[in-house]
Each structure stands twice: as structure tokens, then as C-alpha cells.
Design a protein around this ligand. Structure first.
Ligand SMILES: [Zn+2]
Ligand SMILES: [Zn+2]
Length: 291
């Protein structure tokens, strides 16, 4: 579904649907999409790495030694997506738009209402999907690769098994078509999700006076760290990635870990050894017997 949905969009056809809002030409948008995403990714990653150096939250033992594996996973996932679905979710949005598919066009929602609404609804989808990946044992095996990181920093925000990334794209693509989400909103969401994932995994000490108001809006590093506790009831809380409201609304919000931010144990029992952090071990981890 993902591969077929990402077929090239007839530019003139799609362009007709986008008239009147000064949007990028669809073909130009697809051309620029990787550059926009990669630039934002590199900028936020460097910023977080510098902040982690200057203001670390927790002492780390492995630190940079985990980066080749975590970056290796995101490089593999990106390569796989380029092969299987080169246009990604933005391509799916352009394809749906060129055919007038989805709820928003059906009810005649204007672009300026549909775009922010799509971003918020896609964030809700990611929250719900995250809960499902914790609740279904087979999916948890895939998502456990993310949780098995024994330390947290910006690179943990990239540590997802390629199969989880593929499934996630399939779910997102289905939602994009169902909503008829504008392609610009999908691109903004992709950039936002990537940036917030790097931010909320960062090992950065944000003072309480700033963290408290911030976490009323977005998921902060201290909030998401609770989700990486080895205590299961803490792991099964704070599922949000971008907006913090979903955890508050659905009753999964937990302000602090029981043992405190410095005392809590991060990771998953049985997957904490240094050898488990190798890229090849991470790739096969979900398919190993037991656990
Ligand atoms: Zn999780
Ligand atoms: Zn996480």
C-alpha cells in the first residue's frame, strides 16, 4: 500500500488542487522534501549534542559509543524507505490530494484549518500507535529495541527498528489518505516529529522553572525519560512524542519516576549489556527466541 501510494503525482493535476494558497509546486515539494528534512534533522541533532555537552542531565558511561548503532539504525531505515516508498508520507498526501480523497476535502475544510488540524491529529495518531506498540506483544518486541537503550540522549530518538519505521509509515499513510491531509502539513509534521524526538530524548538539564510551563505544551526530556524507566508501569506512561496533552487527556501522564530523574534505571532488563548495543544485535533482537 505504501509503495503504490507513493507513485509519482501528475504535477499539473495535483497543482490544480493547491491553487490559491501560495504552496510549493508538488514536484518541487517532493524534490525539496529530503533537503528540508535532512537540514532540520542535522540542525536539531547538533544543537542537542552541544546542549548535552554543556548541560548534561545524567552522567553517562557509554555516551557516544552508542551513536554508531543508533545512527546506523536510522540510516538503514532511511535507505529502506527510499527504496520502498521514495515519496514517503508527503508523496501519499500529494497523491490523495490529486484525487480529492479524504475527509477534509469532502467537508470542504479550508487549507488554513485543515493544515493545523492535520498536524494535531497526526500527533494523536502517533500517541495511540505508541500505546498499541506497548500493548501488543509482537509489536512490543519491535519497539523494545528503542527502550533497550541503556542511556538516553538525542541519538535514542533515532533508535527504532526499521520494521517499526515501515509499519509506522503504513499507518501514517493510511491516516493521511483518510483525512486528506494537506501535503504541507504532512511535511511540517514529519519535521516536527523528528525534531521533538531528538529534543525529548536529549540528556539535557532543563531547569524546573522552564520545564514546568514547557511540559504543559510539549513533551520535555524529563517527561519522556519517565517512559524509559525499567519499571513497567512507568514505561507504560508518558507515551506522547510532541504534544503533552494526550497523556493528560487519556490518563497516562506521570510527572516523575519513583526513584527520581537521577536514581531511575533506564532500559530493559536483559538487554543492557554493551554487546547488546551492537547494530547487528539490535536488528535481530525482536526475532530472537525468548523475551
Ligand atoms: Zn515506548
Ligand atoms: Zn523514547
Amino acid at each position: 500500500m505504501v509503495a503504490s501510494a507513493s507513485a509519482p503525482v501528475p504535477a499539473a493535476q495535483a497543482g490544480a488542487c493547491k491553487a490559491g494558497r501560495g504552496a510549493l509546486h508538488p514536484a518541487a515539494m517532493l524534490d525539496h522534501e529530503p533537503v528540508i528534512r535532512l537540514s532540520a534533522f542535522a540542525l536539531v541533532l547538533v544543537a542537542m549534542a552541544l546542549l548535552e555537552r554543556g548541560f548534561p542531565r545524567r552522567p553517562q558511561r557509554l555516551s557516544w559509543r552508542r551513536w554508531p548503532s543508533n545512527l546506523g539504525l536510522v540510516a538503514l531505515s532511511s535507505g529502506l524507505l527510499r527504496l520502498l516508498a521514495p515519496a514517503g508520507a508527503v508523496g501519499v498526501a500529494l497523491w490523495a490530494e490529486s484525487r480529492g480523497l479524504g475527509l477534509f476535502p469532502a467537508i470542504g475544510l479550508s487549507f488554513w484549518v485543515a493544515a493545523p488540524l492535520a498536524v494535531v491529529l497526526l500527533d494523536l495518531l502517533i500517541y495511540l500507535q505508541h500505546r498499541v506498540f506497548h500493548a501488543v506483544p509482537l509489536l512490543w518486541r519491535l519497539h523494545r529495541v528503542h527502550h533497550a537503550d541503556p542511556e538516553l540522549d538525542a541519538s535514542s530518538g533515532l533508535r527504532f527498528h526499521p520494521v517499526e519505521i515501515l509499519l509506522s509509515l503504513g499507518i501514517k499513510a493510511a491516516a493521511v489518505v483518510a483525512l486528506g491531509a494537506p501535503a504541507e502539513a504532512v511535511l511540517a509534521f514529519e519535521v516536527l516529529l523528528n525534531a521533538t524526538s531528538l529534543f525529548n530524548h536529549a540528556n539535557v538539564a532543563i531547569p524546573g522553572w522552564l520545564d514546568r510551563p514547557l511540559r504543559w505544551v510539549v513533551v520535555t526530556p524529563d517527561m519522556h525519560r519517565v517512559h524509559h524507566s525499567e519499571i513497567r508501569e512507568e514505561t507504560d506512561s508518558d507515551f506522547g512524542f510532541c504534544l503533552s496533552c494526550w497523556d493528560r487527556l487519556f490518563g497516562t501522564y506521570r510527572a516523575e519516576p519513583r526513584l527520581g530523574q537521577l536514581g531511575m534505571v533506564i532500559g530493559v532488563e536483559g538487554y543492557r549489556e554493551d554487546a547488546e548495543q551492537r547494530l547487528d544485535r539490535l536488528l535481530v533482537q525482536p526475532f530472537r527466541p525468548g523475551g
